[in-house]
Design a protein around this ligand. Structure first.
Ligand code: SAH
Length: 232
């Protein structure tokens, strides 16, 4: 049984979009994962099929209606986690991505307008997930980010399985720098150690660089790094 994503959206035509090319697209074609979209508007009622209404208490924008959203969720719901893409959510981490990739899939609700009625978040026990501290115009692009991160971890999707292991966030460190040919470029050369053939020295250099970059750029990660105490 492959990972199955169901995306609830007002814009199903946006999918698969970027998930239809390269690694994710190839894996999709090979049925290593599945992607379904649900048009939320199909669950709206009345001649105008309204999916949103004005905010209680006044103010700008519109709010997605709880009854419509709930019917769309209930149509898709099974044992998979139910996620709501939301700037108020828990920031997405590689750890959460990995846990999702190990599960059966996800039901992903994409907000639009000012967001969704709070009651449906509670009643359907939605897990709010944020992709960062900025505001997008809709949850669809956030869903692309989440699914891209998940799909590349699925079995058989990434060509070189090993390349996942030293990647940023997997070890608790940002990754070391990369170089490729030519050896000389605009007066800059590849660090000698990398062309020395000495694998012990290469590993040591990469580790030291990963630590340096993490310390300089992400003091928060460096502080949380389990090896920090030992490394000093
Ligand atoms: N009024 C809301 C923002 C609504 S943006 C607020 O201030 O919190 C419209 C939709 O875009 C949201 O419902 C959500 O689904 C999506 N979205 C916007 N920014 C996001 C982010 N950083 N992470 C995940 N989803 C986001």
């Amino acid at each position: 049984m492959s990972f199955r994503a169901t995306v609830l959206t007002l814009y199903p035509e946006m999918f698969p979009g970027p998930l239809g090319i390269s690694l994710a697209g190839k894996a999709l074609a090979e049925e290593k994962w599945r992607l379904e979209t649900v048009q939320i508007r199909d669950f709206a009622e009345g001649r105008h099929r309204m999916v949103d209404d004005t905010p209680a208490g006044g103010g700008a924008g519109m709010v997605m209606k709880p009854d419509v959203v709930a019917r769309a969720i209930d149509h898709a719901a099974d044992e998979r986690p139910r996620l709501l893409m939301s700037p108020r959510g828990k920031p997405l981490t590689q750890k959460r991505v990995r846990a999702l990739a190990e599960g059966p899939g996800a039901i992903i609700l994409c907000g639009r307008f000012e967001g969704v009625d709070e009651r449906v978040i509670e009643a359907r026990d939605l897990e709010e997930v944020s992709i960062g501290d900025y505001i997008l115009s809709g949850g669809e692009t956030a869903a692309f980010v989440l699914l891209d991160a998940v799909v590349r971890l699925l079995p058989g999707v990434m060509g070189n399985e090993q390349s996942g292991e030293t990647e940023s966030f997997e070890t608790g460190l940002l990754e070391h720098p990369h170089y490729t040919r030519p050896q000389q470029w605009e007066g800059r050369s590849i660090p000698d150690v990398l062309t020395s053939g000495n694998h012990g020295a290469i590993d040591k250099w990469r580790r030291a660089e990963a630590e340096r970059i993490t310390r300089e750029r992400r003091p928060d990660l460096w502080k949380a790094y389990p090896e920090t105490g030992k490394a000093k």
